[in-house]
Design a protein around this ligand. Structure first.
Ligand code: SAM
Length: 223
């Protein structure tokens, strides 16, 4: 993997496939906060279920290894109508993560105002998981926002999660340990996490997006 780091070492970025997080020490991450690519490439509940399973089994194993025992995983995911019905993507993800040893501990919503989409992805689910056996004591917080969809950066093809949503999720999470975004795109989670005084690790498969994140967050390529 190609690595980048900030001068003070508080931000690290790896360009590569985040199914392999071997560069990150076991148990060193306090919070995983990420928005995986939404399920858009196919139709039907069976395909959505395969995608949910690939997230839980292909990526979840490394999430489990790098995350502290009482760490949090926040996934920002959308849902889709496949022409016949809404597939209930959040429930498919929760189901597969449950089968692989995670428990859904909080559920919130960010609804997009002024969405470009006709119906898909107007509602984004904010799902917090912990390893089975580690419960979150409910804080009574209502995780609910109606906000416009921000573009990450003019050079990015991806959309971002609004800063205020990311800040609130971090505040509700384990305070110690680095924040990891294994699908970091243009690095929005990194910008918010660093501004909140957290250390941040990003992983991004697309070299162009990784270079953009490195530039935005003032990171240099490691020798
Ligand atoms: C929805 S975008 C994330 C957008 C991000 N929140 C931002 O602020 O830019 C998902 C990102 O995951 C990346 N990605 C997809 N598969 C990946 C993988 N296996 N490993 C690492 N990154 C991956 C994509 O290239 C894309 O940049």
């Amino acid at each position: 993997m190609i690595a980048y780091a900030s001068r003070d070492g508080r931000a690290q970025l790896y360009q590569g496939d985040s199914r392999d997080l071997s560069a990150i020490p076991t148990g060193s991450v306090g919070v995983i906060l990420t928005s995986p690519p939404y399920w858009v490439s196919d139709r039907g509940r069976a395909s959505a279920d395969r995608y949910a399973r690939s997230l839980a089994t292909g990526f979840g194993r490394e999430w489990r290894r790098v995350l502290a025992k009482d760490g949090d995983v926040w996934l920002v995911v959308g849902d889709r109508h496949d022409g016949r019905e809404w597939v209930g993507f959040d429930a498919l993800i929760a189901g597969w993560l449950r089968r692989t040893g995670w428990r859904l501990q909080s559920k919130g919503i960010w609804a997009e105002t002024g969405s470009r989409e006709r119906w898909d992805n107007r509602i984004n689910y904010l799902l917090r998981f912990r390893k089975a056996g580690n419960r979150v004591r409910p804080a009574g917080a209502t995780l609910c926002w109606m906000l416009p969809l921000p573009r990450t950066h003019p050079e990015s093809i991806w959309d971002a999660t609004p800063d205020q949503v990311l800040r609130a999720l971090l505040l509700a999470s384990r305070r110690r340990g680095a924040v990891l975004d294994p699908f970091c795109g243009a690095g929005t989670v990194g910008r918010v996490a660093l501004a909140a005084g957290r250390e941040w690790i990003g992983v991004e498969r697309d070299p162009r997006m990784a270079r953009l994140t490195a530039r935005r967050l003032k990171m240099a390529r490691c020798p």
